[in-house]
Design a protein around this ligand. Sequence first.
Ligand code: SAH
Length: 393
Amino acid sequence: MKRGQPALRLKRGHEAARTHPWIFKGDVADASDVEPGSAVAVVDAGGRFVGRGFYNPKPALCCRILTWTDEPLDAAFFQRRLEAAVGLRARGHPQGAPTLCRLVWSEADGLPGLVVDRYGPVLITQCLTLGMARARPLVTAALVRVVPDASVFDMDEPHAAQLEGFSAALGWAGRAGPRTVRVTEIGATFEVTIGAGHKTGLYLDQRENRERVGALARDRDVLDAFSYTAGFACHALRGGARRAVCIESSPEAIAGARRNLELNGVTAQAEIRAANVFEELRRLERDGARFGAIVLDPPPFARSRSALDAAARGYKEINLRALRLLERGGSLFTFSCSHHVSDTMFGEICRDAAADAGARLRVVERLGQASDHPVLLSIPETRYLKGLQLEAL
Ligand code: SAH
């Protein structure tokens, strides 16, 4: 570490940053010389180098470490990290890195504050911190070198941008690519409008779970609740489901669902109900509906710790109501993507719901996010999608 460089000094006893990249304001003894959004050397109370990250005094989470080696965060650094991330996704793929995947996932790829998703010929980038937004030219240049055949579209998440104090980018970085792309996910075709929709276009984290549902759907009636663009329903119907009912409240998502069902040639067996899942589950129960497979993939009900109680009630309610619609021998795929809801807590909520529904259930599998959203043991926050595949006895 060069002398005289601005540094962020940690308080004594606040040195979790040796293995976990997050530093909160309360951990900091001094960062007075550091310019917001710039790279900073993090040192312990004795002045010894801990790591280097981007600093921003605005949010409570004021610094995320990108490296524990004393090296500059320059173009070569980003290129090395991107090569490693792409290499990880290419492992086990005979044709190299897949063309529909999360290529970079923030902390899990040693690039906190950066997400890159690949949709065929288009890479979509999301900067989640001020530092990463400022480093974007370096990131883009490195991306173009590592994945030369793709166009890059910047699509920041407005909430994160506001929290961090930068303006959210939305547009092509350099050479424009196609406005819509068709991608294939294990045989199913999805259309994605670049720059629109939730996340970066698709919920890529559910890819492997959609495949699971497709694999057991044959001859079953399937309910896809919180269906977004009908990803689960498309896989289920391609897998031979008798019919699929999608429940979704967003008009844009419903338009996408119609398109995807059509692209997969399964429109005739599908029904989309534009409704609130909470209400629609009740209506289905009143009508005596029954399903052989049910997917519950809600948005995060708990966006903060203080919202946990209300979230738990919400999860319990939908699981209870779904269990009342499940045939004997039927499968429930139930998920929570709330960071604040632990595996244990989610399991307890589902058990409570089962008790109230009078249902006995076998745990067929504990589910999580797709493998291109890797989990780091030292960063438990990287495992955020929790799910259970349950079978009604
Ligand atoms: N299963 C989807 C992703 C679901 S994301 C996939 O695999 O692609 C959650 C979806 O639930 C979003 O599309 C959101 O618009 C929708 N949603 C949120 N609250 C809802 C509610 N109360 N009723 C119906 N849909 C809801």
